[in-house]
Design a protein around this ligand. Structure first.
Ligand SMILES: Cc1cc2nc3c(=O)[nH]c(=O)nc-3n(C[C@H](O)[C@H](O)[C@H](O)COP(=O)(O)O)c2cc1C
Length: 199
């Protein structure tokens, strides 16, 4: 079994964080979590059942002292696999662009490409359908060696192509349902069993 680092971002689907962590633990994985500040609005850290690293943990004291922990690098070294579920639109954009302004995106930016990652996007339908999503997924696909992808493919068509061609990357396609905001359409995070199975 593996050391799974669970990345949590500020999608309403982060309410499922305890369920997802439990599913991974039940499969025998060791689990640690890293959450954005927005993510922690959606779940009770005490219910997570594993260590949780927040941005505040990266900057614990008055001033850095030589020898202090660099949490995002420690997490990177510990983890065999990085799962980001839910992956919201904001962090998807940061992953695609290489921005690293919090612990979670620093792990991504410092990630060892020899280790696999699993992404589970979760966002409102119009966010998912926005052309930014397509551009950001295409950029990540290119980074993972997908090669030429025909320009006409939309985000829903891109996901299976990425899963087919990207070494070390799997994307759990968002599903269609009535979303928390009341809209109906594609954008909801894949179910917990699907994501845990993909890991
Ligand atoms: C109640 C609520 C629900 C949200 N749900 C989502 C969501 O499902 N997907 C998404 O992309 N953004 C969602 N957002 C917006 C993100 O939380 C926002 O973009 C935030 O800046 C993301 O920060 P992070 O990427 O650092 O976690 C939601 C915001 C609120 C207030």
């Amino acid at each position: 079994m593996s050391n799974v680092l669970l990345g949590l971002t500020g999608s309403v689907a982060a309410v499922k964080a305890p369920e997802l962590a439990a599913a991974l633990l039940a499969k025998g994985h060791a689990v640690k979590a890293v959450a954005t500040d927005a993510a922690t609005y959606f779940f009770n850290p005490a219910a997570l059942g594993c260590e949780l690293v927040r941005d505040a943990d990266e900057w614990p004291g008055e001033r850095y002292e030589r020898g202090d922990a660099v949490k995002h690098i420690e997490l990177r070294k510990w983890a065999d696999l990085f799962l980001i579920a839910p992956l919201d639109a904001n962090t998807l954009a940061k992953l695609a662009l290489g921005l690293c302004d919090n612990a979670l995106t620093c792990v991504w930016r410092a990630w060892d490409p020899a280790k696999p990652v699993v992404l589970a996007p979760s966002m409102n339908t119009l966010m998912w359908e926005n052309s930014f999503t397509r551009r950001h997924l295409r950029s990540i696909a290119a980074d993972f060696g997908a090669g030429h992808i025909p320009g006409h493919l939309d985000q829903n068509q891109l996901v299976p192509v990425m899963n087919d061609r990207c070494k070390g990357l799997r994307v759990a396609a968002p599903v269609s349902k009535a979303l928390a905001c009341g809209d109906v359409g594609i954008g909801a995070m894949a179910d917990v069993a699907t994501i845990a199975g993909m890991v």
